[in-house]
Design a protein around this ligand. Structure first.
Ligand code: DAH
Length: 348
């Protein structure tokens, strides 16, 4: 009995040594180690072995199994190595320190956007978004910006050149790269009403906006805004002011100085601009820098989405994320944010 196992093991090892590619190796594995293989048969034969010989037989089969498994792994490794186990090429000092790979990180604008959303979500705002290619209904009409308003001039906007007929598919509305994230106010209100999840609602919507501005230290043809919208009953300027002050303190620190300046936007009444005292260059006197606009939602906007302005009130705001990033991290020139210079990106 024991000799049979001995022979089995010898034959198996000889065949394994002859297996010269992955296919042959796998065939060998199935024949000997597989669930219907020869070792299994040998195990099964244990029941026919006389009682006194059972322990010795069992041990021998197990030893054969271990030997064949180890030999299989070794053969597999040698075949995979290609060199048949023989080292070639230069000697490598494995004790030498490795080459450190530089660690990348997320872009400063991405991080600031997430930080701002995080602060607002702590104040109960959900995060929403909308498309960058918009129509003039969302970018202008429903925001109470009438057809003859100068903000709609082609020279101040990126309108999409539509192929013939495309505009008709779209109900005749011109399309454009959105010039402001205020578009998301309309999208969110329409959606909330259609699906019945609001108002009341409280959202912020960060995203890219596009304007044909000449690039300089503070302007770019593409930048980011964060829009805010809160709609509920009896929302007042005090709610707006408190929210913005709280944001400034949470994000910039307890000594952040902000002020609201009266202003005008077609979709808010009253309207204001939020300024913050910021030193963009180290050691420089802080200056009042405009972060963006805000105000109480104009009744015309509520009417445009079919809400009763006698019942609903709200505030809205839209700030430049670049301005906030530049203020928070002392970045003197907006072009640094898009230049892709790793010396700058690695520092901020
Ligand atoms: N959309 C305005 C802009 O891009 C900024 C703005 C002003 C947004 C007032 C608002 C707001 O939500 O209430 O200049």
């Amino acid at each position: 009995m024991l000799e049979t196992i001995e022979t089995l093991q010898d034959t198996a090892l000889a065949e394994l040594a002859a297996a010269s590619d992955a296919g042959a190796l796998e065939q060998w594995r199935i024949a000997y180690l597989g669930s219907k293989g020869k070792l299994k048969d040998a195990m099964a034969a244990l029941k026919d072995v006389p009682k006194a010989d059972k322990p010795a037989y069992g041990q021998r089969v197990n030893a054969a199994k271990q030997a064949l498994e180890a030999a299989f792994e070794a053969r597999k490794g040698a075949l995979a190595g290609g060199g048949g186990g023989k080292a070639s090429g230069p000697r490598i000092d494995v004790t030498e320190p490795g080459i450190a790979l530089p660690m990348g990180k997320r872009h400063i604008i991405t991080r600031v956007r997430e930080e701002i959303c995080e602060v607002f979500s702590r104040m109960g705002f959900d995060v929403a978004d909308g498309p960058e290619v918009e129509d003039d209904e969302h970018n202008f009409i429903k925001l109470n910006i009438p057809p003859d308003h100068p903000a709609r001039e082609p020279i101040d906007n990126f309108y999409v050149e539509e192929p013939d007929g495309a505009r008709a598919d779209q109900g005749g509305r011109p399309r454009m790269l959105r010039s402001q994230t205020s578009t998301v106010q309309i999208r969110v209100l329409d959606d909330a009403i259609k699906r019945g999840w609001g108002p009341p609602l409280k959202i912020v919507a960060p995203g890219r906006v596009y304007r044909p501005d000449t690039v300089d230290a503070t302007h770019s043809f593409m930048f980011h805004q964060i829009e805010g919208l809160y709609v509920d009953r009896r929302v007042t300027m005090v709610d707006l002011r408190t929210t913005l002050l709280q944001f400034a303190h949470l994000y910039f620190g307890a000594d952040a100085e902000v002020r609201l300046r009266p202003s005008y936007f077609p979709f808010t009444e009253p309207s204001a601009e939020l300024d913050m005292k910021i030193a963009l260059k180290q050691g420089e006197e802080p200056k009042w820098i405009e972060l963006g606009g805000c105000g109480l939602v104009d009744p015309k906007v509520f009417e445009a989405v079919g809400l009763d302005p006698e019942q609903w009130t709200g505030f809205a705001f839209g700030f430049g994320i670049e301005r906030i990033a530049m203020g928070r991290y002392g970045i003197p020139d907006i072009r640094l944010l898009y230049g892709g210079d790793v010396r700058f990106l690695g520092r901020v």
